[in-house]
Design a protein around this ligand. Sequence first.
Ligand SMILES: Nc1ncnc2c1ncn2[C@@H]1O[C@H](COP(=O)(O)OP(=O)(O)OP(=O)(O)O)[C@@H](O)[C@H]1O
Length: 270
Amino acid sequence: MPFPILISHSNRECLPMPGSADAMIRVEKASLRYGDVEAVQGVSFSVAAGSMFGLVGSDGAGKTSLLRMIATMIQPSAGTITISGLDVFTHRKQIRDLIGYMPQRFGLYQDLTVEENFHFFMNIYGIKGSEGERRKERYLGFSHLLPFIRRPAGQLSGGMKQKLGLACVLVHEPQVLVLDEPTNGVDPASRREFWDMLKIMQNQGMTILTSTAYLDEGEKCDQVAIMHRARILDIAAPEAMRSRFSSLEEAVIDRIQEVDRGLQHESFNR
Ligand SMILES: Nc1ncnc2c1ncn2[C@@H]1O[C@H](COP(=O)(O)OP(=O)(O)OP(=O)(O)O)[C@@H](O)[C@H]1O
């Protein structure tokens, strides 16, 4: 798979995906409990290699918990999750090389400059010398941050911070991106720029799984999953959802209200 501009993958071949023609991420009946709270309940879906998959839904639906399991940060209470055919928990090291994970509160050092933050992440992966310079030019250039490399991260706008976060998760040239509401609170122009960047990466072969609070971003995905009360209610291409409802927003509201009405009905009859 060639990555002509951005992703070189010079040191790694794409891993085979046993039992799957093209699923890069496969989640099967995954559940997660925090004590009495069932944050994710028997969720199943797959993300095709090279596609963009969006997770939308209500606050507290379980999106972050699901993404954290996929990103190896927390072990599922039940079910299996594989990336490129590898179990995310038993192959944590390989998975962490394979993916770039950007959590909601990405850990930039506010007092360090753009360049120092980037170097910090390169150090984690042992990237230095001319290869480090190449990646700095490539990823800070791609994020339009080269003119700002001496600026402390704390003095960047919200959109620039997110772009720096993205550059930092690209430092080890992952094949899969897992992003948790990456544009939350970011102004509309910066949101558009961020999504333009995601599209470029997808066009170069990257598989992208992202949660989002913005339904216009859901529209840009190949597949969208609606999550509510720890479960996935529907998965479809945005066009397919729009053919059943007038818009993706209507589809999300309708599916969520349907579940809530069912629960109210159940508790009323109890
Ligand atoms: N560490 C934790 N301990 C206990 N409960 C938790 C923990 N983290 C999340 N929860 C609960 O699990 C459920 C799912 O939370 P989660 O953060 O995964 O949802 P979300 O869809 O990402 O919501 P948001 O977009 O508001 O972050 C919520 O009820 C939340 O309160």
